[in-house]
Design a protein around this ligand. Sequence first.
Ligand code: NAP
Length: 240
Amino acid sequence: MRTVLITGANKGLGFETAKQLAQAGNFVYLGSRDIINGQSAAGKLKAAGITNVAAIHIDVTDINSIRKAKAELENSVGALDLLINNAGISGEQPQYIAEYSMEAIRALFETNYFGAVQTTQVMLPLLRKSSAPSIINVSSEIGSLTMQTSAERPPNWSNFSTYGATKTALNGFTVMLANELRGEHITVNSVTPGYTATDLNQFKGFKTVEEGAKAIVQLAMLEDRSITGRFFKDGGEIPW
Ligand code: NAP
């Protein structure tokens, strides 16, 4: 049974991914910045007969909470097979990067970029103890520079400029880290769920969480260890 840690798994895509990966036989830790919400989410799964789950407190912007979570995992399971950096915020819109407040820009980067980086740094020693370790960064097509510079780019994407830049940075992290960890056989990939109805977008997304989580679950279940430093969507790849 593989051990999986998902940040921001108390609701939305993280919760649905946790559910599907637990149903597929993995033991899933549901990271939550509010442990009560995490326990309630784990309780819902257990009530549905999915018992191979546990809640764990992680605020990705708080290094001490990440270190405590790492110590907890070290004591309970000793190793981590898969880390899914899913926790994210969208920020208020519109968020034109030319005029959005620096405080708001920093807050978005703190969660969406630095949160993933510091969670990964702290969890790496546990991943190194796995025989097949992987890291998945939950990104967005809005972070794709190819799509942002294409003629088909939806004009309303400018409303999410700062969020997009955090996801571009996250994609950069994926590629750099994949290159650094290739020799250790730790795979690192980005994935976009697509526009999914969750709290993040006031449930305006076109996809259900079941549909959105599909891309993340497909990547999480991939057995080919040669796949690293790539950017996936449901059923295929997406250009950087
Ligand atoms: P969501 O329902 O709002 O869930 C976001 C999760 O992240 C929540 O569990 C939230 O916890 C958690 N979170 C926020 N800040 C955190 C922090 N500092 N530490 C730990 N957890 C934190 O949104 P979602 O749509 O499922 O988003 C999941 C991921 O998918 C995000 O990275 C998002 O950017 C990405 N994504 C979503 C879409 C979409 O259309 N929905 C599209 C592309 C990519 P609380 O409950 O405590 O707020």
